[in-house]
Design a protein around this ligand. Structure first.
Ligand code: JHZ
Ligand code: ZN
Length: 412
């Protein structure tokens, strides 16, 4: 049921509200990337996936919004299923704690998932998670984290402030891009953040998305694709500023953005200006840059499908490795189904035994991969390339090969 009333088209920019949206990439009408189904050929809802850039503030975003209730109340993504992420959030917690927090300070995380970050703060820090996904929040609570099952916004912020007081740090990782109402988010942060508090955001970085042809990270959940310039434009409207930015490799290229009130006397790090200049040098203010990116996505699709068609004969077995959300975009956009991939192997218990959204390829547990190793594994979780190549040394020593789709199609 494409385009039902669970999705709607935006006419104005989510950052600056101007009606200057320029469409540059249409990935088709596809089901939500985390919408794993229990039976194949279920009647899956599908929605348009078109990307636009605002010609006023250059914020890159989706043209359509899919209702958050349908995407996030039950969620198949558990951060702790990917062991590299546990280490990433462990060092994140200790960095933020030593840089900004004292004993008994209060930290709130928006989109806390299974507690992967908050549970790694020390015992002297008071913590509260907020996450709308009932099944994931339940796991966080089982792991000892106090968690509110809600979408964060101005009302929830008021309530938290009343019940717990203001927060010394608010963290939001891989969730700000998921929020349609960015001004509502910032209003909530403005309410909840203490006068000298810090709002720390991690999001995939637009610069890595563009430079490394990561078109598969575009899906309905990811409404915004942030540049530093768009971030600055957003927070300035709330009398806040970027005090620092760190680039990190996680998820194929992430920025950790530190935001504080303009009244906090801390001069912004040089990285903020440097990245702003770099983005302009890369042409992020020009529509042609985005048109070229769209052409690149088509080129990658041709290369992947040509390669798989050559390899896929009766004797050769190919499976998918990792069932990340982005893998489902790649599979749907390139029209790769169960005729090509026998199954997809994934470490997340909640995904095992389900079928991938749209293409309906069965998702299996790692034991199956070990028992029946294929000739080729298409690395859908390419962001964990090094960790996975290391982990699957036996498969590779026995002649198994990985097909890497992003940033360039390759066989290793
Ligand atoms: P992974 C997520 O997207 C979710 P996804 C979210 N939408 C978001 O914003 C982005 O991140 C940034 C599996 N795996 O982390 C586990 C193995 O099977 O790339 C996961 O299902 N074996 C909030 O879904 C998947 O791969 C392994 O050895 O694209 C990876 O998903 C490892 C390391 C992972 O995120
Ligand atoms: Zn704009």
């Amino acid at each position: 049921m494409p385009g039902d009333d669970l999705s709607w088209r935006r006419t104005d920019c989510r950052v600056c509200h101007e009606e200057t949206l320029y469409p540059f990439l249409d990935l088709g009408t596809i089901p939500p990337a985390n919408g794993f189904v229990d039976t194949p050929e279920a009647d899956e809802p599908a929605y348009p996936l078109e990307v636009v850039v605002c010609e006023t503030c250059n914020h890159v975003q989706l043209h359509d919004t899919v209702d958050g209730e349908s995407l996030f109340r039950e969620y198949h993504y558990f951060s702790s299923a990917s062991s590299p992420l546990i280490a990433h959030f462990g060092s994140y917690a200790s960095t933020i704690e030593s840089q900004y927090l004292d004993d008994d300070d209060f930290v709130v995380e928006i989109g806390c998932n299974d507690g992967i970050l908050l549970n790694q703060f020390g015992p002297s820090i008071r913590k509260l998670g907020v996450d709308p996904a009932e099944n994931v929040a339940e796991t966080a609570r089982e792991r000892g984290l106090e968690t509110i099952t809600e979408f964060f916004g101005p009302d929830v912020a008021d309530r938290i402030r009343e019940d717990y007081g203001q927060a010394n740090a608010i963290c939001a990782n891989n969730v700000v891009g998921h929020i349609d109402d960015l001004h509502g988010l910032m209003t909530g942060v403005d309410t909840l953040l203490s006068s000298d508090g810090v709002f720390v955001v991690e999001v995939p970085y637009l610069l890595d998305l563009i430079s490394n042809h990561q078109f598969d990270t575009i899906y309905h959940e990811h409404i915004s694709y942030f540049s530093i310039r768009a971030f600055r434009r957003l927070v300035e409207q709330f009398d806040m500023q970027l005090s620092d930015v760190n680039r990190m490799a996680v998820h194929g290229g992430t920025i950790r953005v530190h935001i504080q009130r303009e009244s906090v006397d801390r001069s912004p790090s040089r990285t903020v200006e440097d990245l702003t200049s770099l983005e302009l040098a890369m042409g992020f203010d020009r529509p042609e840059t985005y048109d070229e990116f769209a052409t690149g996505a088509e080129r990658t699709r041709t290369r992947i499908t040509t390669l798989l068609n050559r390899l896929n004969d009766d004797e050769t077995t190919i499976v998918g490795y990792g069932a990340p959300a982005k893998g489902n975009i790649l599979l749907n956009y390139c029209d790769i189904g169960p005729d090509t991939l026998d199954y997809i192997v994934d470490t997340t218990p909640a995904k095992q035994g389900t079928y991938s959204p749209g293409m309906n390829i069965p998702v299996r547990e790692p034991a199956v991969f070990r028992a029946e190793p294929p000739d080729y594994a298409l690395l859908l979780a390419w962001n964990y390339r090094d960790a996975i190549l290391d982990k699957e040394v036996t498969f590779r020593d026995n002649g198994g090969r990985f097909i890497i789709p992003i940033p360039y199609v390759d066989i290793v």
